[in-house]
Every structure is written in structure tokens, then in C-alpha cells.
Design a protein around this ligand. Structure first.
Ligand code: TXA
Ligand code: MG
Length: 445
């Protein structure tokens, strides 16, 4: 199978809202395709989504997704086949509008249920979610909904559960594609199973070349980690996966004041750096990831050298505090090189309030700055080569760069990647980064 990468300038797609304060801002969301090549490419991909059993990769503001028509079993099975992932994980279903989501929730069996006047007033989306939707959609938030009886959703999407995850993404290409396809789109991250999630089209190509027909390249992702998943059907509501929306932001919404953390990795902290295990691999580059929690001191040269094979290469991912001391004058790494996006640009903490253009620019600006520094050092007669990446200080910048950085280090065939963790108690995005890193460094018990 030949894999085509279709370039689409994300900025050429008009995605705008006619109101900023509306009750249901999403109902006012419009996507328009202004430029011919963009429109043509997106239409081609939308046709494939409607008709083919081979999934299509496309950008979202979090990570690249591998999409399929969520109403056709054989199309959804194509996702698992391309990713080579077991099909026991429920998938998130993506919508372009509240209208589309409500239609799915109201639809039962093969016939659209005729709307009585009362139904039209009754919103099939549970009330608990309304403040979140108003606040965070379109954006990096997934809500858990009851699967309607005789649902149109293919059973492979829900993995047998009576609930499903729904999200309206904020990326204009994703919105345009779903709207043109006219069907809800099931989409996990577009990486091969076990690999770090893709935040650029080339990451998808490395993993899925020859396994899918189409990748839409819309540039680097702005958020960099997957959406926050919340369950408002349980009481109290809970966060099932940390992502781009912070717990404080959730708590500020009516009904969500006592939202609980429903994932477990924070409790797994212990006093030693986390070394990889054999049992699970998730978010994992080829090289083993050795994760240092934020309260642990950095590895010294001897530790790095011991881990490297003879004249081996080591990867280093630094964020806030780790320094590479002067190795030789030419190779002093200055902290001024930490990539960053302008603080007045898009931050996923203010995702709802930043424009589409600002959001896209933040991803692009950051990706340009993310580079690998190469440093050689002799330790007790052994020469090691350090491939070093600085991710930045801010949690949103670290989130933007983390998966791309792991992949960059893999390209240098490093023996191991030492990662400087950050304090996950400061906000949900930091928690999201540490959640993914702990999985990448998972140890067998
Ligand atoms: O940012 C994202 O959410 C990306 C982009 C592509 O939109 N998508 C993504 O999808 O990460 P996926 O399918 O890999 O996410 C699946 C996760 C599951 O591991 C689980 O945490 C949650 O979503 N999930 C989905 N359906 C669920 C359900 N019915 N109950 C509980 N959790 C569910
Ligand atoms: Mg994934």
C-alpha cells in the first residue's frame, strides 16, 4: 500500500465562531475551506473515511489521530489492523458539531427517532457536561456518554462498554474533515501500538508507512498530549486521563467542584528513578526510558557512562533544572536555548480563549526550536556521546515537545534516554506529561 502525505495549510481553513459568549458557542461554529489544494485534499480524505476500510491520519490540536467511520465495523477494525493494537481498548469518537453528536445520541436503530416537541427541548447530552462543553469545546476534552440503545456506533468502538468517549477537537483540519465526511470519526493516536504518540505527520509516516493510504500533514500539534478524559456519569465525577485541561479549570465548573482523580500513576512515585520493564510498552521509543521524578537528583556522568554500551550514545531530556556542565568550551550548553513559545500565545490552559491561528502558531513556533545537541565526554577512559534535548520550562511547552523529543533521540540509536521529570502536582498538564512518561518507563512488578 502506498502512503500519500497530503500537505494542507492549516491556516487556510477558516474556522470561526460568530459569537464569543453565546449559550452554545459550538452551534455557531463554522468551518470553511478557502483554498483549493486544501479543500481538494480534505475532500479526498473525507471520501476515504466514508467509503474505505483503511483509516486516514489527520492532525488534531492534541496529537495526530488515525480516523475511521465510527459507524462501520470493518472501518474501525482497520484502525486496529494498521496500529497492530489489540482491539480491547475503547476508542474516542470525534464530532464536528454538537448537532452531529446530538443526532447520534437521539438516533436509535436504523430509523431516526421522530422528534416530538419535548425531545427537541430535551438535550440528549447529560446536563452535567453542559458547563464543560461551553467552556472547553472545541478542545482537548473527552466526555464519557452512555451509548444509546441500538446505537449506530460499531461495537468495536466501545469495546463492549455501555459508554463511549466523545470529543469535538479544536483543529480546523480535523473539524473540516469530520464535517465533510458527515459521520462520527473514531480515532486513537496515529502511532504504531507501543510507540510515542505522533505530534507531526512525519511521526505517523515513520510508524505507518505502507499500512495506510493517507496522512494529512497540517503541521505540528499545539497541545502535544492527548485530551483530558472525564466521566460525569459517576458521582462524584472523575478524571480518567489527565490531559490539556487542568483540574482547577474543571473544578470551576458547576457540578465539577469535587471532581476526583480516577487514574493511578501519581501514587506509583517512589524514591528511585523508574526503569523500564518488559510487560507493558506504551508511549515507548526503542531506547529504554529512565525517568527521574522531580524530587530526585540528576544522574551524574558516571551513571550515564555506566549505562552506555562501549563508546555508546545516551539520550538526555532536560526540562527545568538539569544542567550539562561545561564539557569543553565549545560545547557548553546554555540554558538560553530552551525552546519556548511566547507566553501571550496559545496555552492549553487558556485553550478556550485563544484563537485558532494563535493555537496553530504555538505548535509551529515550538517545533522549529526543538533541537538535539550533541556532546562528547570522556569518563574514566570511555567516550560517551550525549544527545541532549532541552524541552523548556513551562508545562505546556514540555507537553508540546515530549513525544517528538523521544522520537528524535531514537533516531540517534541511543542506548537509553534519561528524562528529567517535573512536579505533577502543579497542574494537570504537568500530570499529563508525567502520566505518559511513567507509562513509557513502566517497570514490571
Ligand atoms: O487527544 C485525544 O484524545 C486523541 C486525539 C486523536 O483526539 N485521541 C485519543 O484516542 O487519545 P484514544 O482512542 O487512544 O483514547 C482512548 C482512551 C482510552 O484509553 C480511555 O482512557 C478513554 O479514551 N476512553 C474511551 N472510551 C471510554 C469509555 N467508554 N470509558 C472510559 N474511558 C474511555
Ligand atoms: Mg494512544
Amino acid at each position: 500500500m502506498k502512503t500519500d502525505v497530503l500537505q494542507v495549510d492549516s491556516h487556510s481553513i477558516g474556522a470561526f465562531t460568530t459569537t464569543d459568549q453565546g449559550q452554545d458557542l459550538l452551534d455557531e461554529l463554522h468551518v470553511s475551506l478557502n483554498s483549493d489544494p486544501a479543500a481538494e485534499h480534505i475532500k479526498r480524505a473525507a471520501d476515504q473515511l466514508r467509503a474505505s476500510t483503511v483509516p486516514v491520519a489527520f492532525p488534531t490540536e492534541t496529537v495526530y489521530g488515525l480516523g475511521a467511520d465510527a459507524t462501520r465495523s470493518e472501518a474501525v477494525r482497520g484502525i486496529y489492523a494498521a496500529k497492530q493494537r489489540p482491539s480491547d481498548n475503547p476508542l474516542i469518537v470525534h464530532f464536528a458539531s454538537l448537532h452531529q453528536l446530538r443526532a447520534l445520541l437521539r438516533h436509535s436503530g436504523t430509523e431516526e427517532v421522530p422528534l416530538t416537541e419535548k425531545d427537541a427541548l430535551d438535550d440528549p447530552i447529560p446536563l452535567i457536561y453542559h458547563p464543560l462543553i461551553r467552556q472547553f469545546w472545541p478542545g482537548p476534552l473527552t466526555i464519557i456518554l452512555p451509548t444509546p440503545q441500538n446505537s449506530q456506533l460499531a461495537p468495536e468502538v466501545t469495546a463492549g462498554l455501555s459508554t463511549f468517549g466523545a470529543r469535538i477537537p479544536r483543529h480546523p483540519i480535523a473539524l473540516a474533515l469530520i464535517e465533510l465526511a458527515g459521520v462520527p470519526i473514531a480515532a486513537p493516536s496515529a502511532n504504531a501500538s507501543t510507540k510515542p504518540s505522533p505530534t507531526a505527520a512525519e511521526h505517523v509516516l515513520v510508524d505507518l508507512d505502507g499500512r495506510i493510504e493517507t496522512i494529512i500533514d497540517g503541521g505540528p500539534c499545539a497541545v502535544g498530549v492527548e485530551s483530558t478524559v472525564v466521566d460525569g456519569l459517576s458521582s462524584p465525577p472523575s478524571i480518567l486521563r489527565p490531559g490539556g485541561i487542568s483540574i482547577e479549570q474543571l473544578r470551576s465548573c458547576p457540578g465539577w467542584e469535587s471532581v476526583e482523580i480516577g487514574y493511578h500513576d501519581a501514587a506509583e512515585r517512589d524514591s528511585r528513578p523508574k526503569a523500564p520493564g518488559m510487560k507493558y510498552r506504551h508511549y515507548s521509543p526503542k531506547a529504554p526510558v529512565i525517568l527521574y521524578e522531580s524530587n530526585q537528583s540528576a544522574p551524574d556522568w558516571e551513571v550515564l557512562s555506566r549505562t552506555a554500551s562501549t563508546s555508546g550514545a545516551i539520550g538526555l531530556l532536560r526540562s527545568r533544572h538539569w544542567r550539562l556542565e561545561a564539557v569543553d568550551a565549545a560545547n557548553v550548553i546554555s540554558s538560553a536555548r530552551r525552546p519556548h513559545t511566547e507566553s501571550n500565545g496559545f496555552s492549553s490552559q487558556s485553550v478556550r480563549h485563544s484563537g485558532f491561528a494563535g493555537m496553530l502558531a504555538a505548535g509551529e513556533e515550538y517545533a522549529k526550536q526543538l533541537e538535539v545537541n550533541k556532546v562528547k565526554r570522556s569518563v574514566q577512559g570511555k567516550t560517551i556521546t550525549i544527545y541532549d534535548i532541552e524541552l523548556g520550562h513551562r508545562a505546556d511547552d514540555i507537553a508540546r515537545g515530549i513525544f517528538a523529543a523521544l522520537r528524535k533521540l531514537d533516531q540517534h540509536s541511543v542506548d537509553a534516554i534519561f528524562v528529567e521529570g517535573i512536579d505533577d502536582s502543579e497542574d494537570d498538564l504537568a500530570a499529563a506529561v508525567m502520566n505518559r512518561l511513567r507509562k513509557a518507563a513502566e517497570r514490571t512488578v
